[in-house]
Design a protein around this ligand. Structure first.
Ligand code: UVW
Length: 327
């Protein structure tokens, strides 16, 4: 495949893992990194890091993301083409019938409703990757909107506006195939900051990490426990529509030093139990174009670091604290 770009965004990793790379810094989860993760296993306890996928409930968090819709698969009794009906027809006259009872269901899932990964296909940017002086909508490593990530219909433009794309590239299947098992490091923001709605800048983060002896090394997956998903569970699928937008901490994406630290740390993945890892920035009034979500822009578009959101970290964070650990 020919190289997809001649210009790469400043500070990006495009090309560092190959011209066709779709994994980004997940590549830093090497065999050595997996063994470092294995070496941390001492107690053999498993923690579920997912919310039930029908939480938070309703649409107060995001109006276009709905709870999963469950339905039984089609009842095809009587359809002569169905293998099962052929089997029934072939039963002998005196056959007493069967005693089985079963369920066979389908689900329509809004992939970002609940606990999720944001893949590298989630957020791109308008950027002049081919060097012709005109910006085009591109994603990590130069994959093109409208070509590599294609909109579902003519009105869903598939050009990067409004997230209306199907991913033919940069999807989570690459992570699944590579494996995302290594060393996770957890920072317990909720323990230090409570449930107040506030941004966390680099100075605050470093203070908390120093207080808890947290050390992050290249290739680690970094997790932030803010307590947000714990609140989501407490609301029992009926969240307070105001509080859900004003609870717990988030990374302060206006802090350039924090963005630089994320890039320099060489983490392989960035995970939080809150809505979007970061808070949305306020519109700029200086005439410059800007990104609404600078950490999404940095991680998904430039570095190739997937974001985990709405993970459930409560019991894991409690256990780690009780045992004076963060890895
Ligand atoms: C927002 O929609 C704010 O974030 P995300 O798409 O990452 O959930």
């Amino acid at each position: 495949m020919a190289k997809r770009w001649t210009n790469r965004p400043e500070g990006s990793t495009w090309g560092d893992f190959g011209d066709d790379d779709e994994l980004g810094r997940i590549n830093l989860i090497t065999r050595e990194k997996v063994l470092e993760g294995v070496a941390e296993v001492q107690a053999g306890i498993s923690f579920c890091l997912s919310l039930p996928l029908d939480y938070p409930g309703g649409t107060a968090l995001n109006q276009r993301r709905y709870p999963p819709r469950l339905a039984p698969t089609e009842d095809m009794r009587g359809n002569p083409e169905v293998f099962f009906n052929v089997l029934m027809r072939d039963m002998d006259e005196g056959d007493p019938g069967f005693l089985d009872v079963w369920s066979d269901d389908a689900v329509t899932l809004w992939l970002q409703y609940s606990t999720q990964w944001d893949s590298l296909a989630h957020v791109g940017a308008e950027f002049d990757a081919d060097g012709d002086g005109v910006e085009e909508a591109v994603y990590y490593n130069g994959y093109r909107a409208g070509v590599d990530l294609v909109g579902p219909s003519a009105d869903a433009r598939g050009d990067g506006h409004g997230h209306a794309s199907f991913a033919h590239h940069l999807g989570l299947e690459h992570m699944a195939f590579h494996g995302v098992q290594g060393r996770g490091v957890l920072v317990d923001l909720a323990h230090h900051l409570g449930h107040d709605w506030r941004g966390v800048d680099l100075a605050t983060l470093q203070e908390i990490m120093a207080a808890d002896g947290v050390v992050v090394e290249p290739g680690d997956m970094l997790l932030f426990h803010t307590g947000f998903a714990t609140k989501v569970l407490e609301w029992g699928r009926d969240p307070d529509p105001r509080a859900i937008h004003r609870s717990c901490s988030y990374l302060d994406a206006q802090d350039d030093a924090l963005l630089q630290w994320i890039a320099d740390s060489q983490i392989s993945a960035l995970v939080a139990d809150n809505y979007a890892v970061e808070g949305m920035v306020r519109p700029r009034k200086d005439g410059e174009r800007y990104t609404l979500l600078p950490i999404h822009h940095l991680c998904l578009f430039k570095l190739g670091v997937p974001l985990g959101e709405l993970w459930y970290l409560h019991e894991l964070a409690e256990w780690l604290r009780a045992h004076d650990r963060s890895r």
